[in-house]
Ligand binder design. Structure first.
Ligand code: SF4
Ligand code: FES
Length: 242
């Protein structure tokens, strides 16, 4: 087994202390993930190291960091797929909490408020199954697989434009615009206005970093291209029905 030479970004908090890189030399073991590597460093070398992880199985999205410059999930990335020199840094774009931990909550809260990510009903649900067509269900499926890890946002060069809701936001917005159970016309129109602005689908520059790095392999860039067409159809549909 190899010895891994790991450089880790350190900073005590967003406003305190100067950033520096700390080096550790860690014996690799079989089926070691980057998250296990961080655990080993914390347990044996420096208990002050700060990083986030909840589910340890690619479900919660909390362990997203930059590994050798690429945004990835630490729990999903195997050290055997990496060279012996490993650089670990926090995700770009999001505010730093400490060391490798970043605060994604502000972005996702803003997103939920802007998009109102729930199905707006005129009447309360009466318990009867509402069957979706296969076509609609398949379209909604991909947008539902997002684990909100923030990787697509941090990888996206357009995300530096403060208002841009990114691939995950656009995809989420489309999910609620397409859902036939969303009965509130005003809410749908608000969603469509956002999606047809530079903060939504028209803010995408087509770089494709979102698709390249998404750990759930959601075809975001293809979704965005299709979403533009879908949204135009919906906008014209709403205009005709008004
Ligand atoms: Fe993460 Fe993919 Fe969701 Fe973006 S779309 S937040 S990369 S799971
Ligand atoms: Fe939950 Fe990695 S710890 S996705």
């Amino acid at each position: 087994m190899r010895t891994l030479h790991v450089k880790v970004f350190r900073k005590w908090s967003a406003n305190e202390g100067r950033p520096f890189y700390q080096e550790f030399h860690v014996p690799e073991f079989e089926r070691m993930s980057v998250l296990m590597l961080l655990d080993a460093i914390k347990e044996h070398w420096d208990s002050t190291l700060h990083y986030e992880a909840v589910c340890r199985s690619s479900i919660c999205g909390s362990c997203a960091i930059k590994i050798n410059g690429r945004p990835r999930l630490a729990c999903k990335t195997q050290t055997s797929d990496l060279p012996e020199h490993i650089l670990l840094e926090p995700l770009d774009v999001f505010p730093l909490i400490r060391d490798l931990a970043t605060d994604k909550s502000v972005f996702f809260e803003k997103l939920n408020q802007a998009l109102e990510t729930w199905v707006h009903r005129k009447h309360p649900f009466d318990g009867t199954d509402e069957i979706l067509t296969n076509e609609i269900a398949n379209r909604l499926y991909d947008t539902e697989r997002c684990i909100e890890c923030g990787i697509c946002i941090s990888a996206c060069p357009a995300a530096s434009f403060a208002g841009f809701i990114g691939a995950t936001g656009s995809s989420k917005g489309l999910r609620f615009a397409l859902d036939p159970r969303n009965e509130n016309k005003q809410a749908r129109q608000k969603l469509l206005t956002l999606l047809t602005s530079n903060e939504g689908l028209w803010g995408c520059h087509g770089v494709g970093a979102c698709k390249n790095f998404c750990p759930k392999e959601i075809p975001l860039i293809n979704q965005l291209a299709n979403a533009r067409m879908e949204v135009l159809k919906l906008v014209f549909g709403e205009m005709v029905s008004n």
